[in-house]
Design a protein. Sequence first.
Length: 385
Amino acid sequence: MLEQSDHPIYLDHAATMPLLPIVKQQMQEALLADYGNASSLHQRGHMAHQIVEAARSQIARLINADPAEIIFTSGGSESNNTVMETFRDRKVAVSAIEHPSVLESAKARASQVTILPVDAEGRVSPADISPDVDLVSVMLANNEIGTLEPLAAIAKHCKKHNIFVHTDATQAFGKIKIDVRTLGVDYMTLSAHKIGGPIGVGVLYVKQGSPYHPLILGGHQENRRRAGTTNIIGIAGFGAAAAWCWDHWSCRKWAGVAKLRNELKQRILQEIPYCTCNTPAEHSLPHILNLSFAAAEGESIQLYLSEQGIYVGTGSACAAGDLRPSHVIMATKHDAEIAHNSIRFALGLDTTEADIERVMQVLPPIIARLRDMSTIKLGEKDVSI
Ligand SMILES: Cc1ncc(COP(=O)(O)O)c(C=O)c1O
């Protein structure tokens, strides 16, 4: 085996992004300040309230929303559950590749759930949406394979039939330009930790005038839309991360990452046989690359890479420890083997050529070793990959 490099290579930015230095700094400042409860009417409460309102505006401008349309939550999962709570006992259609916090919360609450099929790249076709549903929920970008959905076309179709539209933009936020008005959606989910903010804070955008039922009751916070003492430190961090994205044109920076991602893809496909790419060539986030290697299990590849200081994901990070094949790859490739053998590289803004070089030093021998141990003999039998 190759020697472990002293510098770990983090290629799991879709699971969570390390805190941006400015976020750390602003969260520390907020922690050290003598803040009060944002709902209190005294000076300390006022100071906390100002931190929260500044963050609300910083997040709103990134998606071209009005600050009043932004509701702070505990993360993407809560935002998704809140939308489904709003459509309790109604008819809901969700794509087959949604995050479990959409799929499972829809199944738990809606009177009827239609699963929208996706093509081999993971894209939903607006023509598959039946006019008799009340809500459609399709993510802006998929967390496992990076597919970008045709959201504007989906929303246009839904509006013709007076269907409300929700999009989980947790992965797309900060990576591609988002404008809620031109997209034409009624609800949008965001999460701080996917853009270099802290874990445990998110947002639900609710277009003015759209139906809304709180998930968490028992307080007047967030204009009576989400009870619970306001998470000032987390929100300060989310605001700082959003401000960083705005000030540094983060979408342009992320677009630049596609070059390295494509280089990694090309080299792996050239240098490692029996490998399939699960990420679409077009219509994908710039930093995600999902691949499957015949006769090599994703989890094993992940562990061997980790031993070498290279950190990647398999399926959904949230489902780590869950041994069922990825529902995303099952919905696109319809093959349990491909689903079990997949790994996800999610590059960061700090990923370098040297990191790619290191992956290409380490990955081929790992795959060769796993294949040697496998009972599947490549070349002798017809492998599906
Ligand atoms: C697409 C998507 N939606 C929702 C979530 C959940 O967000 P959070 O971790 O903030 O609850 C994730 C997290 O991995 C995600 O990738």
